[in-house]
Design a protein around this ligand. Structure first.
Ligand code: TPP
Ligand code: MG
Length: 365
């Protein structure tokens, strides 16, 4: 005789369609303007910053930079819903979250300009710095969440990654340990359909990435990652459950990478302009703006005033970044170890001596 050993399901949540029209009843909080207007402000600020960062890179004033375009409706509500005492374990597209949690845009620019002082900002408090190696941050987040459990603290670790990262052993190992130990942890996958030039269909044979949660014994759900209301609902519930001792969750937020992978990439070489055009039809900022206009909560006059205000703020951050004197080259050794091994100590001295000699030569010239 055969019986069913396990049956699971993955729900998909959406409140607003691509035109910003509600597709069903909205949660109570979305019946008032405050939260959604604030989300809109933060999403447009993030976008302006992003445009500026790309312009800086194109003019040789910033290093390789990964655009956040298309991920605004995931990052903004998530950062906003987290408590100050929670810990963000980001990946390399979550600049706006770092800023919402207290970091300065200047520090974000410093980091992407190759200056480690951007990662050492005191404003990060206990949040972890950017993580470029794919999916390794998911395991760091397990360590953070395990510490919360051991200390009996009601704090939650939140980690983000991309669709491609879900193919990595690190991601699956993190899910596994989070499920085994029932950690206070929220995994958010920004499924933007591409891992550099590898499309989502070539990453995984399963119809959703959220169902990877089932194999780890944790909650998994899929949401429209271009719909800020759906993301808010999913993240709020996942945080509440984690804080209340009900264990981890995996949220797959389905979005679209509207940019190149980074400024070092040219996506026209591997994806069609039709696909990109379709991506823009679903984008999150316009969707929310349409919704707010429809409710009478936002208008063209407010838009223009806000855009002018954030242009000023972004320019101030850029000016502060460009006015920051370069760090001592020996500082690149400072953030690697609690105690620097003797072999690296020698290298640090060598780097410092060479920098001093270069500076002396410049002075003579
Ligand atoms: C361990 C490791 N392998 C490879 C890379 C090179 N790499 C950088 S981004 C990336 C793709 C990641 O795609 P995805 O997880 O979907 O995130 P997205 O960039 O689309 O947000 C790869 C393979 C890396 N940074 N780290
Ligand atoms: Mg991706």
């Amino acid at each position: 005789m055969t019986t069913i050993a396990y049956q699971g399901e993955i729900r998909f949540c959406r409140y607003l369609d691509a035109a910003g029209q509600p597709v069903g009843e909205l949660p109570d909080w979305a019946g008032k303007p405050d939260t959604l207007v604030e989300y809109y402000r933060q999403m447009t600020l993030a976008r302006q910053f992003d445009t500026k960062a790309i312009a800086l890179q194109r003019t040789g004033q910033l290093g390789t930079y990964p655009s956040l375009l298309g991920g605004e409706a995931i990052d903004i509500p998530t950062a906003s819903l987290m408590d100050d005492e929670d810990v963000l374990v980001p990946y390399y597209r979550n600049h706006a979250m770092q800023v919402m949690r207290g970091c300065d845009w200047r520090d974000v620019l410093l980091y992407w300009g190759g200056d480690e002082r951007g990662s050492a900002s005191p404003a990060l408090r206990q949040d972890l710095p950017n993580c470029v190696p794919i999916a390794t941050q998911c395991l760091h987040a397990c360590g953070v969440a395990a510490a919360f459990r051991i200390r009996g603290e009601k704090r939650v670790a939140v980690t983000l990654c991309g669709d491609g990262a879900t193919s990595k052993g690190d991601f699956l190992e993190a899910l596994n340990v989070a499920g085994t130990w029932q950690l206070p942890l929220v995994f958010i996958v920004n499924n933007n359909q591409w891992a550099i030039s590898v499309p989502r269909a070539m990453q995984c044979g399963a119809p959703t990435l959220a169902q990877k949660a089932i194999g780890a014994g944790i909650r998994g759900e899929q949401v429209d990652g271009n719909d800020v209301i759906a993301v808010h609902e999913a993240v709020a519930l996942a945080l509440e459950r984690a804080r209340g001792g009900k264990g981890p969750s995996l949220i797959e937020a389905v979005s679209y990478r509207l940019s190149d992978h980074t400024t070092a990439d040219d996506a026209t070489r591997y994806r069609s302009s039709d696909e990109l055009r379709a991506g823009w039809e679903h984008e999150p900022v316009k969707r929310l703006r349409n919704f707010l206009h429809g409710r009478g909560w936002w208008n063209e006059e407010q838009e223009q005033a806000w855009q002018a205000d954030i242009s000023r703020r972004v320019q101030q951050a850029v000016d502060a970044y460009l006015a920051t004197a370069p760090d001592d080259p020996g500082a690149m050794f400072d953030h690697l170890y609690a105690e620097l091994p003797a072999s690296l100590e020698a290298q640090r001295e060598q780097v410092r001596a060479r920098a001093a000699a270069r500076a002396a030569r410049r002075e003579q010239d």
